[in-house]
Design a protein around this ligand. Structure first.
Ligand SMILES: *[C@@H]1O[C@H](CO)[C@@H](O)[C@H](O)[C@H]1NC(C)=O
Ligand SMILES: *[C@@H]1O[C@H](CO)[C@@H](O)[C@H](O)[C@H]1NC(C)=O
Length: 356
């Protein structure tokens, strides 16, 4: 090969790598520092110390909180401790979350809960809890029935499928059917970094039912949080490293068609919808680099963002809360119930605030 050609190849390769690096710095918000935004009436929930990755609130004010996520490349303060699902009654002023008992026969030792979703059967008001589980860092969706009188989660089913290879979040749409996001294309730890570095947009949303499984949306950098509008007409997908909320219309056959994309500055993780106002709430990572390079002297912060009127031409995006990590680290989700706000985190605590 001629020296000139070699030089050209090296030059082009360096240029491509450089461009990818710049993109990665942008997508991880490498240099971003946040301005703190305080809320007046907040307290940390007692007993939650190892994460509160996802939170789902039932219409009656009972909140499920998934805790103890172990995720490749992310710190965990008690790696030997299995995951848990906490229950918190938001109508009880004591605000005491407690760990729910899980029925016998379910392998608790490898329980590694991630996104959760509830489904209420209209026939008899039974509550089902869908939990993304990563035993041995693999992906499954567990379906539990919540036996409220006994305060037990009764395990019904483990769902595994080749289309559910790297599941992050679920939205239950039936007793055994759901939408799920895959947050990486590659399951291998090293290849995930390559994927992130190259900025491949290969992650997707899958519809699962016992009769049919298919991809319904794709082209995300990292499809993460998933939520449905209160009227059930729209599905919202958070693309964490794309910094976007992607709005889809849901059809009767469960297909999704793109409606619009709302660009944010922060790395939004999970999404939830205020059942009363329809506003979207997200817990977000102000700086993604600090999440994956955990340092007690420069902790990852937390940010809660509200999006109002997402279907209008001019949605209003407001940072409701922002903290540098001194109170709350690596927030993933923000859920409202009446005037109460709960903020969950990947591996840290959980915050409760009263909104004005
Ligand atoms: C995000 O929040 C929604 C709605 O609250 C929930 O269904 C979902 O499981 C959550 N997922 C993650 C990964 O936090
Ligand atoms: C689902 O319905 C939509 C809208 O009616 C249609 O455009 C789409 O082709 C359908 N998809 C499948 C897989 O049947």
């Amino acid at each position: 090969m001629g020296a000139l050609l070699k030089l050209t190849i090296i030059g082009v390769t360096l240029a491509v790598l450089g461009e990818r690096m710049v993109q990665l710095i942008h997508r991880s918000n490498f240099f971003r520092e946040i301005e703190q935004v305080d809320l007046p009436n907040c307290q940390l929930l007692k007993g939650i110390e190892y994460g509160s990755e996802d939170i789902e609130v039932l219409p009656n004010g009972l909140a499920f909180i998934s805790s103890g996520l172990k995720y490749p490349g992310i710190v965990h303060f008690a790696p030997e401790k299995p995951g848990e699902i906490f229950l918190l009654d938001l109508n009880d002023e004591k605000l005491r979350p407690y760990s729910l008992r899980i029925s016998k026969g379910f392998d608790l030792s490898t329980f590694n809960p991630h996104g959760i979703s509830t489904y209420i059967d209209e026939k008899d008001d039974s509550v089902y809890l869908f939990v993304v589980n990563h035993p041995w860092y693999k992906s499954a969706v567990e379906i539990f029935k919540f036996a409220e009188e006994e305060n037990v989660l009764v395990h019904l089913k483990t769902i595994k499928h080749s289309a559910l290879y790297n599941v992050n979040d679920v939205v239950a749409v039936g007793p055994e059917s759901f939408y799920a996001t895959n947050d990486y294309y590659f399951t291998d730890f090293i290849m995930r970094y390559v994927e992130l570095f190259l900025g491949l947009r290969w992650t997707n949303v899958v519809y699962y039912s016992p009769g049919e499984v298919r991809e319904v949306a794709s082209g995300f950098y990292s499809a993460n949080g998933l939520a449905m509008s209160s009227d059930k007409r729209f599905v919202y997908v958070a693309d964490v490293t794309g910094h976007t909320v992607n709005v889809f219309e849901k059809h009767a056959n469960w297909s999704l068609s793109p409606v619009k994309v709302v660009q944010l500055e922060t790395l939004l993780d999970n999404l939830s919808v205020d059942p009363v106002t329809g506003d979207l709430w997200t817990g977000a990572h102000p700086n993604g680099f600090k999440v994956v390079n955990y340092n007690t002297k420069d902790t990852p912060g937390s940010e809660v963002v509200r999006i109002q009127n997402i279907h209008s031409d001019t949605p209003t995006v407001t940072t409701v809360y922002a903290n540098d990590g001194s109170v709350l680290q690596a927030s993933t989700c923000a859920v409202v119930y009446e005037n109460k706000l709960l903020v969950g985190t990947i591996f840290h605590k959980a915050l409760y605030c009263e909104l004005e």
